[in-house]
Design a binder for this molecule. Structure first.
Ligand SMILES: CC(C)(COP(=O)(O)OP(=O)(O)OC[C@H]1O[C@@H](n2cnc3c(N)ncnc32)[C@H](O)[C@@H]1OP(=O)(O)O)[C@@H](O)C(=O)NCCC(=O)NCCSC(=O)C[C@@H](O)CCCCCCCCCCCCC(=O)O
Length: 719
């Protein structure tokens, strides 16, 4: 709702009230319309201030209403009425003014912001565009290039930047409502015509067509198939080329297309999923709201390879003191040289001060004796990690949380090396750890609720999307990767090329296909794991039994490339070729194509034409099927957890909502039928055997993804 009061004798104060972010629900819109009409009617009221309660102006339209029959007064005419009023209206902005919230403020004649405010039009990240006049008013106010930047990226700006851009008229550190009232009294009687943004011409720009062509090209490249950023450019283009009223029509038309698209649904699902996973619960009964995290002031990182450096930088950027330990002199020197640059770039990007002084380096593991939390990031070798955990258990002060950055080894086994296994959890970061948003927090059967809560909270402080997952080989993300990569290898055996498989996945929306990712992260990583698991054996990659291991179909293609020293980008050759070792631009490699042809001949395989549909179904449904197994095993609490892991850690396109949501969009019956089909065709591939949870869900009428937890609960209660 909106509360109304008269202040300073002549100012109508309208306060938006809809905790926690004063979203513009039907009731709030109704409240604004009626209180505003009251203010206009009242002869005592000479001016109006609009503010939000509890330190937040407005988080925009109520996203929860989007999936419903929307009722109540629409936003566009409401904002028009405010702009058209003959009494001055000031938006008093503190906290957030986002989406419809900023659009409401743009309809006011003046905007004053508290220095803590953040403003933006983030609709693009919900698969939408600012459809309450934002695409038409903002370019008229701040110019086309700046408006395009804000609207197509959805980035938030600080009050200071908003002032610089001309979005707000004044920034204050004082109480926002008091300042707004003072301000509106000072402008009383001034003509308002020049304050109505919709009447402004768009600031002229030479070579308008070229600007839009270039922006559109850039946006398309970044969008990976998402349609909202493109519609945003088209809407701003309308502002630049059409009169306001026609521009508004175009905005509405484009919004209607986006609003009903599956992409908007997927992206809004991601928004709520992100909030849902922060409210974690684990099978022991521990939950986010009953488990108290312990404060972490000082942390340590053991091992300064690529991961350790990224984690150290991410911790220092959070403001923590970090002890960075590396026992090898050469690696320590390299880290000391590399990390200041990483910190500087991060500080520049985020507009914050440098935190170099937060890091102290040591070659001696005993330097971690007084820290609150340690993250071990040594080489992925169980024997080495065990030794480190034994040492940490002896050295650290009582109560120190011991975390491992392993990407898939048994966290419980590491915990068993320590005197206090309840203090041990996994904190699985993704490379580069100071940039990537995902953190898997891995709890073992003995991890205490406090250890999980502390790791989750630390992740949040570090700006990560933290997802609590159970302990199993590969946890969630890497476990699901295995059947996906396996299918990609099989497709090559059957006639596809790396270019075709990657092309299909990139067209689907992944920023990089599976083979390009493999070249980037190094083919030797998977090879080492397969060797440790007894799959890849020296000499076993050729010969008649090369394609069967442990009774199931196996492709030794990756092993054969590694045996030739083709480890990907770092060696200049992998599934593609690069201009030099360390090169980044993947080019087709004729050698690889002949190698595949020879391989097929050697194994009596006849290459067939494989279409992109088959590539997608086999790679994605195999991955999704493993996702269902993970849910069935209770390793992830719900589909949202898996989806966020894939969106934030593995480049799954956000506009497709994550693998489990995508399965729901495709239709669970169809996914099941296709898995059955492929399993019949390849009975020696266990990953293709449909998971029983998927069958259960189909048998329960394929409920929408937000109701899967009920079925999962039933499955677990019957175990
Ligand atoms: C605001 C935040 C920055 C706050 O962050 P913080 O970390 O403090 O808090 P949380 O993120 O945890 O949020 C707390 C709590 O609040 C919920 N919430 C947040 N924002 C919203 C919201 N906008 N609506 C509803 N609920 C919200 C959140 O879910 C949490 O809930 P919980 O239960 O978990 O506690 C941060 O929250 C944030 O960034 N929020 C989102 C901001 C945003 O994206 N705003 C834009 C919204 S979209 C919009 O404004 C659209 C407008 O441009 C105008 C639209 C006009 C509509 C017209 C429709 C026309 C349709 C035409 C189609 C016709 C088709 C046909 O023909 O049928």
């Amino acid at each position: 709702m909106a509360q109304y009061s008269l202040v300073a004798g002549s100012v109508g104060l309208i306060t938006l009230q809809n905790p926690p972010v004063n979203a513009l629900s039907a009731v709030v819109r109704k409240g604004i319309v009626s209180t505003f009409e009251r203010a206009l009617r009242d002869p005592k009221v000479k001016s109006v201030v609009i503010c939000g309660q509890n330190g937040v102006f407005c988080g925009g339209a109520d996203i929860k209403e989007f999936g419903t029959n929307m009722s109540g007064p629409p936003l566009v005419p409401m904002i028009h009425a405010i702009e058209a009023a003959d009494k001055p209206v000031v938006a008093a902005i503190e906290g957030s003014a986002l989406g419809g919230g900023l659009e409401l403020a743009l309809g006011c004649h003046y905007r004053i912001a508290h220095s803590n405010a953040r403003l933006g039009l983030p609709e693009v990240s919900l698969g939408l565009l600012p459809a309450a006049g934002g695409t038409q008013r903002l370019p008229r106010l701040i110019g086309i290039p700046a408006a395009l930047d804000l609207i197509t990226t959805g980035r938030h700006v600080t009050a200071a930047e908003a002032l610089q851009l001309g979005i707000v008229d004044q920034v204050t550190d004082h109480k926002i409502v008091d300042e707004a009232v003072k301000f509106v009294l000072s402008v009383a009687g001034k003509p308002l015509d020049a304050r109505r943004i919709s009447t402004y011409p768009c600031p002229p720009l030479s070579d308008l067509d070229t600007v839009f062509e270039m922006v559109m090209q850039k946006v398309r490249q970044r969008a990976h198939g998402a349609i909202a950023p493109i519609a945003c450019v088209q809407a701003v283009q309308a502002a630049a080329t059409l009169p306001y009223a026609q521009g508004m029509e175009r905005e509405k038309e484009l919004m209607a297309t986006l609003f009903t698209s599956g992409q908007a649904r997927s992206m809004q699902y991601c928004f709520f999923a992100q909030r849902a996973v922060s409210k974690w619960s684990i099978p022991s009964g521990a939950r986010w709201d009953t488990s108290m995290p312990r404060p972490v002031h000082k942390a340590a990182v053991i091992g300064l390879g690529t991961m350790g450096r990224g984690i150290t930088v991410a911790l220092a950027q959070t403001g923590l003191s970090v002890v960075a330990v590396e026992t090898q002199e050469k690696q320590l020197m390299e880290a000391k040289q590399a990390m200041p640059g990483m910190l500087e770039r991060g500080a520049r990007r985020r507009g914050v001060s440098l935190t170099l002084h937060k890091i102290t380096y040591s070659r001696d593991i005993r330097a971690v004796a007084d820290v609150d939390l340690v993250i071990e990031a040594v080489f992925e070798d169980m024997a080495l990690k065990k030794k480190v955990f034994q040492q940490l258990s002896d050295i650290c002060k009582p109560g120190t949380f011991l975390c491992t950055n392993t990407s898939g080894l048994d966290v419980d086994h590491l915990a068993s090396q320590t005197c206090n296994p309840e203090l041990v959890v996994g904190m699985h970061f993704f490379a580069p750890a100071h940039v990537m948003k995902l953190l898997e927090v891995v709890y073992g059967p003995r991890s205490s609720p406090q250890a999980v809560a502390t790791a989750m909270q630390l992740g949040k402080k570090m700006g990560k999307v933290s997802v609590a997952v159970g302990n199993c080989r590969g946890f969630v993300g890497n476990r699901m990767l295995k059947p996906y990569v396996e299918q990609a290898f099989f497709l090559l055996e059957e006639g596809a090329t790396p270019e075709q498989v990657d092309g299909a996945l990139e067209e689907f929306g992944f920023s990089m296909g599976v083979f390009k990712v493999s070249d980037l992260s190094g083919l030797d990583v998977g090879w080492r794991v397969r060797m440790a698991d007894g799959f890849a054996e020296p000499g076993a990659s050729s010969g008649p039994s090369a394609r069967v291991r442990q009774g199931r179909r196996y492709s030794p293609l990756g092993d054969l490339l590694c045996e030739q020293g083709r480890f990907g980008q770092k060696t200049g050759q992998g599934w593609y070729q690069y201009d030099k070792p360390g090169g980044r631009v993947a080019r087709s490699d004729p050698w690889l194509h002949s190698f595949l042809a020879e391989y097929r001949t050697r194994h009596g395989l006849v290459a067939r034409r494989i279409d992109n549909q088959e590539v997608l179904e086999r790679c994605l449904y195999a991955l999704i099927n493993e996702g269902f197994r993970i849910l069935e095993d209770g390793i992830a609490a719900g589909p949202e957890d898996i989806d966020l892991i894939y969106v934030f850690g593995y480049g799954w396109p956000r506009h497709r909502g994550g693998p489990m949501f995508y399965a729901g969009m495709v239709g669970l019956t169809k996914v099941l039928q296709r898995l059955e089909h492929y399993h019949q065709a390849h009975p020696d591939v266990p990953f293709m055997q449909p998971c029983s949870l998927l069958r259960r869900l189909v048998a329960s009428g394929s409920p929408p993804v937000h109701r899967w937890r009920e079925v999962i609960k039933k499955v677990h209660s019957q175990l």
